[in-house]
Design a protein around this ligand. Structure first.
Ligand SMILES: Cc1ncc(COP(=O)(O)O)c(C=O)c1O
Length: 375
């Protein structure tokens, strides 16, 4: 029995090694390793793919969010509304940019609850920044996000690390906020061969600041007008992304959607339910989250006994992390609502394998394993 992994990088390599090696050779032969043609070309292709004017490559998704917030002129201590259920990086980026995270509960979808967001905005007029996350690849309701942006004059960075290729009512995630931030961490739908990230914007001024911030705050070589970072996407990653990975993204997303459809039609265990995406979402299915209504670990162990990997996203919500609960040393933050839904999901969620190299037989194996689970 072969193992079914959450991500299978060996199968990806088998499919793409020629294109990847060609990309690496091209960089080697060019003699140019940092911020050259490859990064520029990839940025253009990514912007075109996404339908946003400018893309700025950087070192990872964490930096992309920090650079985005700083490009939007976040000042030290500014409050930034966000979700408690995400990769820790979402909140870490807010803190590193100097902001104060303000947590609002999710709804049952695991995505930040836009109704509660509005209630908070009504009562706290100091909040002008918002970092929502399209978690699991499921798109937040972008019509509602657009409305909130206009009514409350929000500066929004959409965390699209998990949502490249997703849309809401036909509109791509990342196109409502002033900035979209994404990650090319290997497990992501567009994952590179190491670390990488990007931010995208239609605003030429944000582009200018972000380009400078990723490169020590330089405006021209050895002239520094901002305190920037070293957060450059390198030529090799950019070449691999453009040559080998981005051209496959459409087909890979399609395959993820097919697998999701099979799971949704055929998993029918009374103690397993689906984590439903918001209305209007066409998910890129970065993850396939299920809700386990009894003992989650029992299902995880059952799957493991059948050589099927599963993971939890995320076992501890961000404000409950030890760094936040430590008395006296916790970074400043605010919790505006009772975080019931986020905590419930942290207790109940399990992600099934959904990478695009799974064949139908393997998908059926996962379905049968779920359906035959006895605790
Ligand atoms: C929702 C979300 N935001 C931000 C990040 C940070 O990306 P990176 O790991 O490239 O820093 C990740 C990836 O882990 C993520 O899933």
């Amino acid at each position: 029995m072969t193992a079914i992994l959450l991500n299978d990088f060996k199968l990806q390599w088998n499919e793409l090694n020629e294109q990847i090696l060609t990309a690496v050779s091209r960089v080697g032969e060019s003699g140019y390793l940092i911020l050259g043609e490859e990064v520029r070309n990839f940025e253009e292709c990514l912007a075109e793919f996404w339908g946003i004017k400018y893309s700025i490559g950087c070192a990872n998704g964490l930096d992309a969010i920090e650079i985005a917030l700083r490009s939007l002129q976040l000042k030290p201590g500014d409050k930034v509304l966000t979700t408690p259920l995400s990769a820790f990086a979402t909140t870490l980026a807010i803190l590193r940019a100097g902001g104060t995270p303000v947590f609002c509960d999710t709804d049952r979808s695991g995505l930040v609850d836009l109704h509660q967001v509005e209630e908070i905005l009504e009562t706290d007029s100091q909040i002008k920044f918002f970092v929502p996350v399209h978690l699991f690849g499921h798109a937040l309701d972008l019509r509602e996000l657009q409305r909130l942006k206009e009514v409350y004059q929000l500066k929004i960075v959409e965390d699209c690390a998990q949502s490249i290729g997703s849309s809401s009512f036909g509109r791509a995630t990342g196109t409502v906020g002033q900035v979209a931030a994404t990650s090319f961490y290997p497990t992501k739908n567009l994952g590179c061969y190491g670390d990488g990230g990007a931010l995208l914007t239609n605003d030429v001024e944000i582009k200018r600041i972000a380009r400078s911030l990723r490169d020590y705050g330089q405006t021209e070589k050895y002239h520094h007008s901002l305190l920037g970072l070293n957060s450059r996407l390198d030529e090799v990653q950019a070449a691999i992304l453009r040559n080998a990975l981005l051209p496959k993204l459409g087909a890979w997303t399609q395959r993820r959607r097919e697998i999701a459809e099979m799971y949704r039609n055929q998993i029918s265990h009374p103690e397993i339910s689906f984590v439903e995406a918001p209305q209007g979402s066409d998910s890129c299915w970065h993850l396939f989250p299920i809700r386990v209504l009894s003992i989650r670990n029992s299902l995880r162990e059952w799957l493991a006994s059948k050589k099927i990997s599963a993971a939890i996203h995320y076992p501890v919500i961000i404000p409950d992390q030890p760094v936040f609960t430590a008395v006296g040393t916790s970074p400043k933050n605010e919790i505006k609502t009772i975080l019931t839904n986020a905590r419930d999901l942290a207790q109940q969620e399990l992600s099934l394998p959904i990478h695009p190299f799974l064949n139908d037989g393997e998908v059926v194996r996962v379905i049968e394993a779920c359906n035959s689970w006895r605790r």
